[in-house]
Design a binder for this molecule. Sequence first.
Ligand code: PLP
Length: 346
Amino acid sequence: MSHHPSVIEAAIQATKTYGAGSGGTRNISGTAHLHVELERTIANLHEKEAGLVFTSGYVANEAALCTLAKGLPNCVAFCDEKIHASMIQGINHSRVPKHVFSHNNLDQLRQQLSKYDKKQPKLIAFVSVYSMEGDFAPIEVICDLAKEYNALTYLDEVHAVGIYGKGGAGLANALNQQHRIDVIQGNFAKAYGVIGGYITGSKSLVDYVRSMASGFIFTTSLPPMIASAATTSIKVLQEADDLREKLWDNVNLLKSLLAKTQVNYHNTPSHIVPVVIGDAKACKDFTDALLHDFGIYVQPINYPTVPRGEERMRLTVTPFHTKEMIHEMADALSFLWGKFFMKMAG
Ligand SMILES: *Cc1c(COP(=O)(O)O)cnc(C)c1O
């Protein structure tokens, strides 16, 4: 989307009208009509009362989680062990007691929740599409638990917006759970191809974060041209079922080709296809060979992004990759896999 003609044009036109920068913080001369329009667009996307834009998805998570957890008297936080670093930072900075449950382990979450009085404020922080695993959160069951134990739900949809749900509204939308999530967080930097982050929720909750979050108040706002590019990208993708179809065709093609090889890929339900190598040096050597011998660029993902011993490649195709490119990629991976990891057998 960063190369989409409408997105580029929106950025150019807004730059000519408003300049390259915003001129200040949101409260001190840094709010343009385009910021407000972007906040309306995300609220509308997620069918929430209000939206609030931050300079990045990281800042949105850090600021909103810290502010909410700290602001709720006696709050206790519950989080999946695989949530994003920005969410961990936010919860840690709030200094509220925290329970980490192992990845998608609902029995453990229930156990942890049940230790507290129903009246005590609780916050469950989780992610819809986990970026390194490529798996989904059991959103519906987590919402059931939140209801049963009286907890707020905070969902990071960074890897889902633009791709899943009606008009790209995310996985909670796709599963008809959107109305049950108190805070939906996302960003404009992944599928949308620009930069910036946001939260959406009820008017009073969003107003509270707007009024209290240091990471919102004390920093220069996004340039209006970025706000305009992001709004345009969201609106283009709201109407772009054809692009989503192409994406899934490509994802399914890649997975079906890899299924015919020895490559140790994870057959995830999502568009993210991890290939776990399990060793930092082998992972780097493998991706170097992919680049130098085949002209294919895949980054090695090593510690601290994933735990040691779980080093991996993460394959993410786009709607704009051709079938030919995907065939080449699968062939290259298969060839190198044989060369690197099948020596013993051969
Ligand atoms: C990338 C990412 C973020 C941070 O978003 P930025 O806009 O890059 O700061 C937050 N959560 C998840 C799950 C991410 O993958």
